[in-house]
Design a protein around this ligand. Structure first.
Ligand code: GDP
Length: 306
């Protein structure tokens, strides 16, 4: 069986705890300081990444967003990234690995108590993680376009299990237990942490983690702790801001900028991908699936060459 290279794509985008940065991570970036207020492009993003324009522009990729703040996927040069190649409401550049992002079929496969019990078919997977009440089930339902689909994982007895959902018979969405239960006892928090860390450290087919952050409330320390732990263990993540429909006021994107400024502390070298979503309005759904498609396709492609 082929040797799987864990988390290899997002290793390109890790932060300072990385012991031996791979080639692309050695490029030095400014700390994140950005507004998510991207002017949606009239052109659709170029999946091929070939219609590159504006490469002579020094740093600005889009209004309020510097080129140095972008998540640039394999196959694209940072200097060539332009506003036309950005997924709206994110810092994510679309590259040549982006592919079919439609969810045609999704089915619940199994709940596992340990990483060792998870499916062993070698299909790539994305873990979805966040504080309880962050909107994880709602996001999974939105991705699945099925109301109450993710309720499976909220059934008593399944909330603390690893729940696998198979998409299009080819990849998995993995629902992990929520962290930071306000009322949980210390012992159950420790259990959560041992249990979930075991999954992250042993799951060879994990392409990346979607770390959900509730954009409608102030930043929470537990989210920073989680992001930092994942980073220290070289596990790539995408920040998925949830409940963005609730950000009101004159400049709603200031709120996302505030989160980014705080997270930038952890990501001095290379900005991780981030995206704004709402399970109420559907904001970011298709964009998130597109992002996942390019991570997945790169993972698949790279795997064949191993
Ligand atoms: P989970 O515990 O992380 O699975 O969170 P849920 O998906 O159950 O959502 C927790 C609460 O937040 C519920 O009352 C949802 O209706 C609400 N919620 C989830 N996503 C959104 C969103 O995008 N916008 C708004 N306004 N509310 C949301």
């Amino acid at each position: 069986m082929l040797l799987r290279h864990r988390h290899r794509l997002l290793l390109l985008n890790l932060h300072r705890p990385l012991a031996s940065p791979p080639a692309l991570a050695s490029v030095s970036f400014r700390p994140l300081s950005l507004s998510a207020h991207l002017t949606p492009s009239t052109d659709s993003p170029s999946p091929s990444g070939s219609t590159v324009k504006g490469s002579s522009v020094p740093d600005v990729a889009a209004p309020g967003l510097l080129r140095s703040e972008l998540f640039v996927p394999p196959g694209v040069e940072r200097k060539d990234a332009t506003a036309e190649m950005l997924l709206p409401g994110s810092n994510i550049v679309v590259g040549p690995y982006a592919g079919d992002a439609e969810v045609k079929k999704i089915e619940f496969v199994k709940s596992s108590a340990r990483a060792g019990d998870c499916p062993k078919d070698g299909r790539p997977e994305f873990a979805i993680l966040g504080r309880s009440n962050v909107g994880k089930s709602s996001l999974i339902n939105k991705l699945a376009r099925k109301r109450e689909f993710a309720l499976t994982s909220k059934k008593p007895g399944k909330t603390r299990l690893i729940n696998h959902f198979l998409v299009n018979n080819s990849w998995y969405i993995v629902d992990l237990p929520g962290y930071g239960f306000a009322n949980a006892s210390q012992s159950s928090r420790t259990d959560w942490s041992r249990f979930t860390k075991g999954y992250f450290l042993n799951r060879e087919t994990l392409v990346g983690v979607l770390l959900l952050i509730d954009a409608s409330i102030p930043p929470q320390q537990v989210d920073f702790d989680c992001a930092n732990w994942l980073g220290r263990n070289n596990i790539g993540l995408t920040f998925v801001f949830t409940k963005c429909d609730k950000i009101k006021g004159k400049q709603p994107n200031d709120k996302i900028k505030h989160f980014q400024d705080l997270f930038s502390e952890y990501y001095r070298k290379s900005p991780p991908p981030w995206i704004m979503t709402s399970s109420v309005t559907g904001l970011g759904r298709d964009e998130l699936l597109c992002h996942m498609s390019q991570l997945r396709n790169y993972w698949d492609n790279d795997d064949e060459s191993v």
